[in-house]
Write a protein that binds this ligand. Sequence first.
Ligand SMILES: C[S@@+](CC[C@H](N)C(=O)[O-])C[C@H]1O[C@@H](n2cnc3c(N)ncnc32)[C@H](O)[C@@H]1O
Length: 404
Amino acid sequence: MLRPDSLIFPHGSGYPDAAASNQVILGDNLKVMAALEAELTGKINLIYVDPPFFTNKHFAARIGRGEDSRRPQDWQLAAGYPDHWPNLDAYLDMLYARLQAMYRLLAPDGTLYLHLDWHASAYARILLDEIFGPDRLLNEIVWVYHGPSPIRSAFNRKHDTILVYTKSDQYTFNVDAVRLPYDPVTIKTFASSARAGFGKVPDLERGKVPEDWWYFPVVARLHNERTGYPTQKPLALLERIILASSNPGDLVADFFGGSGTTAAAASLHGRRFISTDGAWRAVQTQISRLVETTRQPFQFNLEASAPASPIAAGQTALPFIQDGQVILPPALLADLDYWEVDPSYDGQVFCSAAQAVRPHKHRATAPAVLPDRLSLAGLEPGRAAVRLVRIDGGRFVIEIPGAG
Ligand SMILES: C[S@@+](CC[C@H](N)C(=O)[O-])C[C@H]1O[C@@H](n2cnc3c(N)ncnc32)[C@H](O)[C@@H]1O
């Protein structure tokens, strides 16, 4: 069962009446998918998932988003997510049940992308062959990247594997949406010799169909994208997947959503999204990110057995309203990661009509700290409330007291 926690209208867009057809959900994805089955069996057009890779490591999150990658001594770390398993069987049991649930949710013409690496992709392919049928493997995509590595006794492991399965042979593949320009050398060769292609003349203007190996830089190198959440994938990778395998208005889901890359790419390209994760830090990262990247309202729902959010204790200072603005006193602003305002809080579902997100440090033009005030119409003491999320994850609502 899913319980509504909030309705979020990014920067007030659509508040209060626009329908929110997108969802961020906190909870174990097996239970979340079970809760979605009644409504969404056979209805999701595209699923991309990037589960833990069976690395037997713990991935810490970095607090803040623009911190200098070359100065790890400056990073402030927080709980990210664990990737520890008693053995391979335990890992594959976890994956198998979830891949079966995804198969049920997938539309008859839908596509699943499963992103893994050398640790488990060979085993996962066998699971997917069993669930989808071996002839439903559309592609084995190799994402290559580069970066530093301590390895000195083997070649640097710098690729991931993305297995792509379609539910039937009727599937969406928008080849023209993902074409790439031909290499300048190829263009020059064809310009100089009509026989260069052994009788085949490519449409040089239209561009080529991408190969099944892709280069995109890792997020550590993409300062504008970095959320601080571990193992975040590049937006461009998700954009290619979404453009190729879904259409505007389609429903795209990511059940291991992490920092929300799939949701951000889906909303950027006019697709609806469902993005789930089992960790508070992940869903809070998704919410902050989506507030900046979409103008579409979205719901934030909790699976019934999801863990409660950490609560920050001992608040003594109170927000107040002045000249159409909600203002936070400095005691509340300290160590804050995100805050938002519901102008008319009903004590149950938080309708967020204005939000303040921690700025990227590297952007010289951005203020160094969260703004201490948000302007919005219709503010009344005694009805409005603020919700605050601290950098340690503590989350709490304060109702703004009425006069007297
Ligand atoms: C590799 S990360 C995903 C990163 C994401 N693709 C991005 O770009 O940020 C895997 C995520 O799966 C989540 N996760 C692991 N097991 C889960 C489960 N059973 N239910 C929901 N989320 C889970 C972790 O909390 C973690 O955020």
